[in-house]
Structure formats: C-alpha cells, structure tokens
Design a protein around this ligand. Structure first.
Ligand code: KG4
Ligand code: ZN
Length: 360
C-alpha cells in the first residue's frame, strides 16, 4: 500500500482566498489545516463581486493565507508532496493569482502541481466529507456511512453555476444548466432588490425563517415538461415588481409592498421547489439513485429539508442517498481543492508549470 501524502490546495476563483492541507492515503482524505480570508466586506457596498477588487485582494492576502495554513498544520513546504490549485472556471484575474502562486510554490518546493476544476471539487468535497460528522447533514436512507462511488447525479448550485451532471468514473456529462442567472446569483440579486446585505443567500435564508412562504405567489419556472434546464430570471423580476412596482428604476419599495420576510420565504420556497423537481426529473430520467450536492447554495437548510422530503422520504422515493457538504465546506474553500488534487497527485497525474487559468 502507498504511503500517505500531504498536499496543499489553493482556491481563488471568486471572492474567497483559501488554502488547506490534507493528507491522502488509499482514497481516504484527512483535513490537517484550513485557512480562509473572505472578501465579503470589500464587495458588500457593491451588492456583488467586483472582479478588480477580488483580484487585488487575492494578491494582498494569498501568501499570508498559505503561511497561516502551513503554521496551523505545523508543516513547511518540504513536508508536502504536491500543490493543487483551482484553475477553472471562475474570474480570470482571480484564478491567475492562485495559479501563479501555486506554480511558484511548486517550483520552489520542487513538488508536482495539479490544476483542479472548481465544480468537480465542490462535488468531491461532499463525497469525501459529508459523513464525517452528524452535523454535516449527511442524508442517507439507511444511515450507512459508506462513501458514494460513481455513478451518481452531481448537482452544483453556486454563485456562477446551476448544473446537473451524470458523474461516472473518470467522466461527467452535463444534463442541464441555467439558461440565465445561476441560482446563487438569483439569491444575490433578489437580496439586492430587497436591500439586504451581500451575499444574498444567507441574508434571504435568515429572513425567510420569519416569513410566510405561502404569502406571495411567485412563478416556479420549470420550462418544458422534460427540461432539465433552469431559469431564474422570471422569478427574480417578479420579486422586483412586487416590491418596487413595474418602474424598475424606482429605488424605494411600493407603499403597499409585501413584507420582506414573506418575499424572502416565498422566493426561497419557489427556487427550492424548482431545484427539487429538476433533480427528481434527472433521477427518473437516468435511473440513478444517489445524489451529491455541491456549491454555496447547498448550505441552504430549506433546500436540504425539501430534497429529503420529496426525493428520499416520498411515498415512492426516487433516491436512496442524498449527500450535502458540511455547511462550512459548502461555499468556496481550499479543502475541496486539496482533496480532489491529492487524489490526482497520488495517482501520478501532473500538470507542468505551463498550467493555464481559464474562465470557463
Ligand atoms: O460556491 P460558492 O461559494 O461560490 C461560487 O462558486 O460561486 O457559492 C456562492 C453562492 C452565493 O451566491 C451565495 O449567496 C450562495 O452561494 N449561498 C446561499 C447560502 N449560502 C451561500 N444561497 C442560499 N442559501 C444559503 N444559506
Ligand atoms: Zn464555488
């Protein structure tokens, strides 16, 4: 059996600068240290991520984040067997900071470098870490702790993507995606309409707890009967009109606007219903019975409850297992990059110093 290896992972694809060190042995991954600097405060005044600010902030903090991570793990570069970095997809300037840093470190430490796909990493961190703690909200029909092996349905719900994949050993096939806004983007834009702080997902989820989800009728855009694609722009516009009226330029709410809590609850309920229905369709279409969710929006507790209720605990369940990431690993982090990269480095995969960042 091969000896354990320890790998540093770097994530800078959007607005989090993060690094983590994992140890990997025979398919098992253990987290040694994680450091993260969130830029949320810097972007908040703008209601969304400003690429220029993201890029500059990564330049300022990334080396400190990596040092902090090494300190926490009590390691130096000489102890590591490789460096993994998110190299696509994401904001190109932001990715370049991570990729350039990772190349410099791999070169200086004389260890292999691998580029990791950010969306695959979101799914992999769920696959590897979902069952470690009960608080992770791992949902299984049999409460078994066995890790899920492919094939499974991969559901990525993030600020930039809303994708359904069939994931098989060594390949993934896209079944459906958003035709307009990504789901996290819809949360962020609706929060901005309602004057709630960025990032919108957590703000809306918090207020929704105090709202009445049946108070306001919002469209649940399912597209064609068999479509596995998503569209969230109609529901977003509907919230805008109900809150500010048809004069979209208005920056004040209508005098008789619904309560913000009720709008949040109704919006969350509608998008969750759409996601659950699309996942149900995808399971029926493919015959798959296992689902792995990944991406920042999967931190949403209502989504977790409704997915369990309709897919796993329905009278005729369409799934045997649903896995969600530990809440703290749902949004972007270096752990997911280290975890996916470590497996690849252990298998002997290498990307040279010519590794390129790509927005798509
Ligand atoms: O995966 P992620 O950290 O970054 C991307 O890869 O895009 O996802 C960020 C998105 C943001 O749009 C944020 O509003 C959303 O995840 N989000 C949530 C929740 N927490 C974060 N959306 C709904 N409910 C939440 N609890
Ligand atoms: Zn992400």
């Amino acid at each position: 059996m091969s000896a354990p290896i320890e790998v540093l992972g770097i994530e800078t694809s959007c607005d989090e600068s993060s690094a983590a060190i994992v140890s990997y042995e025979a398919g098992r991954v253990q987290l040694l240290a994680h450091a993260l600097h969130s830029q949320v405060e810097a972007h908040r005044p703008f209601g969304g991520v400003v690429p220029e600010i993201a890029c500059r902030s990564h330049v300022e903090v990334l080396t400190h984040v990596v040092e902090e991570c090494l300190d926490r793990a009590d390691r130096t570069g000489q102890d590591l067997s490789g460096v993994a970095v998110a190299h696509r997809p994401g904001l190109i300037g932001a990715l370049l900071v991570g990729v350039t840093t990772a190349k410099s470190l791999a070169w200086a430490w004389d260890v292999p470098l691998v580029g990791v796909h950010h969306l695959e990493a979101h799914l992999e961190v769920t696959r590897l870490f979902a069952n470690d703690e009960p608080s992770n909200d791992a949902v299984t029909s049999d409460r078994a702790n066995a890790p899920i092996d492919p094939p499974y349905l991969g559901v990525v719900l993030s600020g930039g993507h809303t994708d359904l994949y069939v994931v098989e050993e060594g390949r993934r096939e896209l079944l459906g995606q958003t035709l307009d806004d990504a789901i996290g983007e819809a949360f962020d834009k609706v929060a901005s309409v309602l004057d709630l702080p960025y990032p919108g997902g957590p703000s809306i989820a918090r207020l929704a707890e105090r709202g009445d989800a049946s108070a306001i009728r919002l469209p649940r855009t399912l597209l064609d009967r068999d479509s596995l694609d998503f569209s969230f722009s109609g529901i977003k516009t509907s919230v805008l009109y109900k809150y500010r009226g048809q004069n979209a330029a208005s920056d004040t709410p209508l005098p008789n606007a619904p309560r913000v809590e009720d709008l949040c609850a109704s919006f969350q309920e509608a998008v969750v219903a759409v996601v659950v229905e699309k996942v149900r369709r995808a399971l029926v279409r493919t015959g798959l019975r296992q689902v792995i969710f990944g991406g920042g929006v999967t931190a949403n507790r209502r989504l977790r409850e409704e997915a369990r209720r309709h897919l796993l605990e329905a009278r005729r369940p369409v799934a045997d297992r649903l896995l969600f990431p530990p809440i703290e690993l749902a949004t972007d982090n270096g752990v997911m990059i280290a975890a996916l990269g470590a497996g690849r480095i252990a298998r002997g995969e290498r990307d040279g110093l010519e590794l390129e960042a790509s927005p798509s």
